[in-house]
Design a protein around this ligand. Structure first.
Ligand code: NAD
Length: 300
């Protein structure tokens, strides 16, 4: 199949590489030249706009940072809906506001185009291995049509419900992961303060009730987990700013639903503050670096 791939950043590049590996042709577009070059180096053809990528493709995938980027890429000038033929299917794999997904789906429907949301979990390692978890929202027939392509990218493809539901599942998942990342960093700073070896604490936690995927795969302490971003000066991975965005999506959904939330806003503010201190484009596990103890002279 000829697939248009829009947004060829940290996740987009390894994902499109898997499509190419499985025999699909990919036409890529990104607003940043260096990101588009990365896709071309992996074997994708280059498009001059999202509209052009959509015009020449049988299916369109988008992997963009957040809601405004997705709305711009679909609805903006030289956007996907400008170029795409009626009847085609679009799969947005970005993590965005479920309401934005529904808005884009409706605009697509008005032009005779089908749209599903299919955000992912698993980060760069699973994007590279083609073993992402993919949570999908959309019409069942559209989901089944996309499934063989999604199977090139992920090991678990779960149809959650109508359009926007994939995003709901994703922001709930990232609420848990974002809070866990802050909790793991706090815990390891406390252990360190007591002089406990972080490797031994990792052994303990991994066999205990505090075990979490975030510690197993994105351990914030350098040198403990093979592929963790901490080992390469917290190069992402998953940027602090993106995790702050996802926690923000969960917090605003909770506000709209009148659900009380306490720990998600706290975790979001820690990440925001880390971003204010220049760590926004580092992997979110860098929050450990940020949560340094203050001076031992400080009164307690
Ligand atoms: P990224 O910023 O590295 O890549 C996004 C790319 O989209 C960039 O190259 C950017 O230039 C491009 N872009 C922005 N606006 C555009 C437009 N209008 N048209 C074309 N290209 C445009 O981000 P990422 O880490 O690849 O994440 C992408 C999405 O996946 C985000 O929603 C993120 O929350 C989600 N996600 C990321 C990870 C991860 O580990 N990085 C894991 C799961 C989900």
């Amino acid at each position: 199949m000829k697939i248009g791939f829009i947004g060829t950043g940290t996740m987009g590049q390894p994902m499109l590489a898997n499509l190419l590996k499985k025999g699909h042709a990919v036409v890529a577009y990104d607003v940043v030249q260096a990101a588009l070059e990365g896709a071309v180096k992996r074997g994708a053809a280059r498009a001059g706009s999202a509209a052009e990528a959509a015009r020449v493709s049988e299916l369109v995938i988008t992997m963009l940072p957040s809601s405004p980027h997705v709305e711009a890429a679909y609805l903006g000038a030289a956007g996907i809906l400008e170029g795409i033929a009626r009847g085609r299917l679009c799969v947005d794999m970005s993590t965005i506001d479920p309401a934005a997904s529904r808005r884009v789906a409706e605009a697509a429907r008005n032009r005779g185009v089908r749209f599903i949301d299919a955000p992912v979990s698993g980060g760069v390692p699973r994007a590279e291995d083609g073993t992402l978890a993919i949570m999908v929202g959309g019409d069942a027939r559209d989901v089944e049509e996309a499934r063989p392509v999604l199977a090139c990218l992920g090991a678990n493809i779960i149809h959650v419900g109508p359009v926007g539901s994939g995003e709901v599942a994703k922001i709930c998942n990232n609420l848990i992961a974002g809070v866990a990342a802050v909790a793991v960093s706090e815990a390891f700073r406390i252990a360190e303060g007591f002089g406990v070896d972080p490797k031994i604490l990792t052994d303990v936690v991994s066999k205990s009730s505090g075990n979490t995927w975030v510690m197993e795969h994105m351990h914030p302490v350098p040198g403990l987990v093979g592929k963790a971003p901490a080992n390469r000066d917290y190069a992402p991975g998953f940027m602090t700013d993106l995790m702050a965005k996802d926690l923000g999506l969960a917090v605003s959904a909770a506000r709209d639903l009148r659900v009380p939330v306490f720990v998600a806003p706290a975790a979001q503010q820690v990440l925001r503050l880390a971003s204010s201190h220049g760590l926004g484009r580092k992997d979110f596990s860098v929050v450990y670096e940020f949560l340094k103890p203050s001076s031992s002279q400080a009164p307690v």
